[in-house]
Design a protein around this ligand. Structure first.
Ligand SMILES: CC(C)(COP(=O)(O)OP(=O)(O)OC[C@H]1O[C@@H](n2cnc3c(N)ncnc32)[C@H](O)[C@@H]1OP(=O)(O)O)[C@@H](O)C(=O)NCCC(=O)NCCS
Length: 167
């Protein structure tokens, strides 16, 4: 089931970020950086995020386990009215449709708030990028993304929300 995240979910979300990063970005991002990702610091970030409502966060929960989450925010820009900021499914539960359910959920949430175009930034060459292309995303921008002390090639996928949600 998909539900909005609560403050108590901060630890589970932080663990998902660290575990999924190791799986998704090893070989792209510096090994040292990935090996030293720290759950505690992500717990603090997610707690602040939830307390200050910086983003809207939805979790996918099943069998009392949070298996993935998606987060996003509204933008005050002409081209894009919303952005997906975080989107992670634990590696052991990937390829089972959870990502699609979360993605459709946030798309509907944004569509209902008058968003037509959405952007998602990710690292160029990451192994799961095919997901975005299969779900209507088109690479529309490239820029360097700073991670730790280094910069990496990033790509911005744009999505036309009405064509995804069928509205
Ligand atoms: C991107 C991500 C969230 C997708 O989550 P997911 O749960 O694996 O997504 P789904 O299961 O809905 O779809 C993934 C693939 O499984 C396939 N699939 C879905 N249900 C399936 C099933 N029952 N059996 C077999 N395959 C299935 C889909 O067709 C899809 O194929 P594709 O990758 O070739 O497009 C996940 O891969 C992830 O966490 N990636 C790393 C983090 C990341 O890159 N985040 C983005 C930057 S914020």
């Amino acid at each position: 089931m998909v539900r909005e995240a609560r403050l108590q979910d901060s630890k589970a979300i932080a663990e998902i970020i660290v575990e999924t990063w190791k799986y998704a970005y090893t070989g792209i991002v510096d090994k040292d950086y990935v090996d030293n990702l720290n759950v505690q610091s992500f717990i603090q970030i997610m707690m602040r995020n939830l307390q200050q409502k910086k983003e809207t966060i939805f979790v996918y929960e099943e069998d009392e386990t949070i298996k993935g989450f998606i987060s996003g925010k509204l933008l005050k820009k002409d081209n894009y009215q919303c952005e997906i900021v975080g989107f992670y499914v634990l590696p052991e539960f990937q390829q089972a449709g959870i990502g699609k359910i979360l993605f459709q959920h946030i798309n509907k949430y944004f569509s209902e708030r008058n968003c037509h175009k959405m952007i998602l930034w990710t690292l160029k060459g990451a192994k799961n990028n095919s997901f975005y292309e299969k779900n209507g995303g088109v690479i529309s921008h490239e820029k360097l993304l700073k991670i730790g002390e280094k910069e990496y090639a990033g790509v911005g996928y744009s999505f036309n929300l009405h064509s995804i949600t069928g509205q």
